[in-house]
Design a protein around this ligand. Structure first.
Ligand code: FAD
Ligand code: FES
Ligand code: MG
Length: 281
């Protein structure tokens, strides 16, 4: 069992859990993920490693309540445990001295971009970060990302904080204004990563995205996380999750992510109903 050492509610539906997981902490690197299972009747869900402490033996994840499993996870607190917490899985984000790197993060992914931006800074890059959310209430860790960036731009869709608009707008302005950008790393919802890639493509700026297809085993055996990159089939759990955003078949990814929407809705409704009636879930 893996104990939750600390729970923090970052915003209403995004939570931070620090787990006691020394074996994972020992090898964790920026861009990798864990596969978590709450209990023996639960499903496996991948979550990106947001932080780790090798001395303490802890690994931190930040998750957004999306459906049944993440809602159930959000009912746990400090001192509770989960059955499985395996990893680190996937390839670490490639870090070297590129020059100027723009890190773009949307939603819960602000937490997962922080260790990437930190590693890029340590490698001697100039890091410009852009973080965005729908509104002010959904923003968190502006201070954390700011601390590992040379410049930070914050956007909200409704203009309730920072600059009004989408994260792609300052990115486009930067490129149109002739800012020398050597690489873009975009992490967040697939649509956001797709449009970041579309924004940088005409300027020929290499853009790395962290793909999040549905995963089951997370070890390259089930084929569930199949994506197409440059016309070649890849398994995101072992060949990624980072890929060249200009080469990704976004339509395939978006369609496959929606494959079980009906069942996912049903599963959440059944779980909520059981919770209301006090039945064992
Ligand atoms: P469901 O209702 O079952 O699903 C909601 C949506 O989430 C689905 O429509 C589908 O697109 C996606 N999803 C469902 N099951 C899976 C699955 N087994 N694997 C991947 N996606 C799924 N979310 C975070 O909040 N924080 C993270 O750090 C994070 N990191 C991720 C890293 C990777 C490599 C991947 C692939 C996904 C990551 N996700 C992360 C997404 C997270 O795994 C899903 O939100 C979660 O599995 C949804 O489960 P659910 O039962 O709550 O929702
Ligand atoms: Fe099964 Fe990647 S999740 S092959
Ligand atoms: Mg689910």
């Amino acid at each position: 069992m893996y104990k939750i050492l600390r729970r923090d509610d970052l915003v209403s539906n995004i939570h931070l859990f620090k787990f006691d997981a020394p074996m994972v902490a020992r090898k964790a690197q920026a861009g990798q993920f864990v596969v978590l299972i709450i209990g023996e009747k639960g499903e496996r869900i991948p979550l990106t490693i947001a932080d780790w402490d090798r001395d303490e033996g802890s690994v931190t994840v930040v998750f957004m309540e999306a459906g049944k499993t993440t809602h159930e996870l959000a009912t746990l607190g400090t001192g509770d445990s989960v059955l499985g917490f395996s990893g680190p899985s996937g390839l670490a984000t490639h870090v070297e001295k590129f020059g100027t790197v723009v890190c773009v993060a949307g939603g819960f992914a602000v937490a997962t971009v922080v260790p990437i931006a930190r590693a890029l800074k340590v490698a001697g890059n100039r890091v410009i970060s852009i973080m965005g959310a729908r509104n002010k209430e959904l923003l968190f860790w502006e201070d954390h990302l700011g601390a590992v960036s040379d410049r930070l731009i914050v956007t909200t869709d409704d203009g309730s904080y920072g600059r009004k608009g989408l994260v792609t707008e300052p990115l486009k302005e930067m490129l149109e204004g002739g800012e020398k950008v050597d690489r873009v790393i975009a992490v967040g919802p697939s649509v956001m990563m797709k449009f970041c890639s579309k924004t940088t493509e005409p300027f020929g700026v290499k853009t790395i995205v962290s793909l999040n297809p549905i995963m089951v085993d997370g070890t390259g055996m089930c084929g569930c996380c199949r994506v197409s990159v440059g016309g070649v089939t890849k398994f995101a759990c072992v060949d990624g999750p980072d890929f060249d955003g200009h080469q990704v078949d976004w339509d395939l990814l978006l369609n496959r992510q929606r494959a079980y929407l009906e069942q996912e809705k049903e599963s959440l409704e059944r779980w909520e109903c059981k919770c209301r009636s006090g039945e064992e879930v």
